[in-house]
Design a protein around this ligand. Sequence first.
Ligand code: AMP
Length: 602
Amino acid sequence: MLSQGRRMERPVVIHKVASDLRLSPNWVDYEAGRRVDVWADARHALQGLPGGGLNLGFEAVDRQAAGALRDHVALRFVARNAPPLDLRYFELAQQTNRFANVLRSLGVGKGDHLFVLAGRIPELYVAVLGALKNGSVVTPLFSAFGPEPIAARIQLGAGRVLVTTDALYQRKVKQIRAQTPTLVHVLLVAEDGGITNEPDTLDLGTLMASASDTFSTVETQPDDPALLHFTSGTTGTPKGALHVHEAVVTHFATGRYALDLHPQDRYWCTADPGWVTGTSYGIIAPLLQGVTSLIDREEFDAERWYTLLEQERISVWYTAPTAIRMLMKAGTELAQRHSHPDLRFIASVGEPLNPEAVWWGQEALGLPIHDNWWQTETGGIMIANTPAFDIKPGSMGRPLPGIDACIVEHLEAEGEPARVRVIEEANVEGELALKRGWPSMFRAYLNNEARYRKCFAGELYLTGDLAKRDADGYYWFVGRADDVIKSAGHLIGPFEVESVLMEHPAVAEAGVIGKPDPVVGEVVKAFVSLKDGYQAGETLRLDISAHARRRLGAAVAPKEIVFLPTLPRTRSGKIMRRLLKARELGLPEGDTSTLEGGAWTK
Ligand code: AMP
């Protein structure tokens, strides 16, 4: 009751403060910042390749290693049972050179696709940056994925090289080698520091030891592919969003203006590189700004996280609403047992950040949390709360310099190309759209030109998110326009989960939805109907659940499975996930005119 009373007194804005009295923010005046050509400024600050061209890996590592930051710690790895490991900028340059030389010696070159499947170990970071310098196209995969999502993504991306650990290879990759014929080289990291001798693989440590530590970066052009990130859609296999080397311009500018990074910062991004945030802001942007970036190999643990913030003297912290909600659950008292005198800026991304969480930051850590918005396709932060203006808790902020956002309504339900009208009025809900042309805009969905085209209406990129803009130009997230599930900040395609459930011999049909959850946003919930001859019951439910976890991995598999006699379908045969969700939540069922007659009884 008391906290309820306090909550009601809270003002609707948190007035901006200089984010740190010792450092002046990179962006102080919203309007003035918007008038600056930040892309031109960023291009100017970046070096470019000696012979012309632009390369993400070179800008992030070699440019810094050749300058004043040569001996500065670039990446600091911490783990529960190992001493911290620091890689200085020049060491990172040498290691990435070695890795690039390994690729070259294997005949892997510009445009070849390389996947990395590993926890947050140094080799992951070296492989990603080294491969970029080699002109190869890189995809870090989330190590908690099961064999199915791994195989689907390597197939779609025609992966030629995979870097993984011996343990992950045994558990998840060996069984899918036959399904991934494009994979020519599998490079194994022996996590015990030894040498692996698994058939059909190469030992990465051995190759690195004999490779030269000098390498001249392959001449990539701004429009050459660099990174391939997968994102989940409602139907079909995941979509491979392709990013180019020019994305470095956005990474540079947003590291400066959205995260307010300064070279003296000690920065911690808690995202795994298997998700776009963990690459753009867990690898690239901090290096571009010359900061020391902390990488924790462990999973979430409230006490450990507060200790790291304190002991590692983190000054800028980029995390996610799920983590913040878990910290809130652990209690303000735990936070207050630690002191964080160095912490000056906190940002969050991935899901809506409740106003309560923004205020919690203020109470527990002495700083508000700055929500920001972007997605795999945008490659970098587009809309943010920053030190340059007041925060309205619950809003994802305002467009960054160089970004033009608007809210649109569709003039036809299905037309192609989409025709939209920009909604000028404030506080009207519609689809969030961005004016195309920012440097990190994705350039393709791999092998799916038609789907890519559908994302655009003339000069506007349609984000698939519903939002509102208020009279002050702040954007407020409303929801997604599709059925994609957001769980613990990760997008999960219902179709991918349904397909695996359908592989189980007892399952006739499956419909998967996101069920709201106070901590992780949504949990994956599956409704299944059974084939004749199978009896619904706890044993079968556990068996289906185990099958899903084995194939998909714990992060993607459904947490709840419910049996239904039949699932609601449209007359054209599509499972009506919306109806499943409405019934789950006790909401109005909306238009059911396309529901297959009488097929579903509750
Ligand atoms: P992903 O492509 O996996 O990064 O997911 C992008 C999606 O996450 C967006 O399209 C939104 O639906 C959601 N999202 C990201 N950031 C926010 C935010 N600050 N508030 C609300 N939703 C967000």
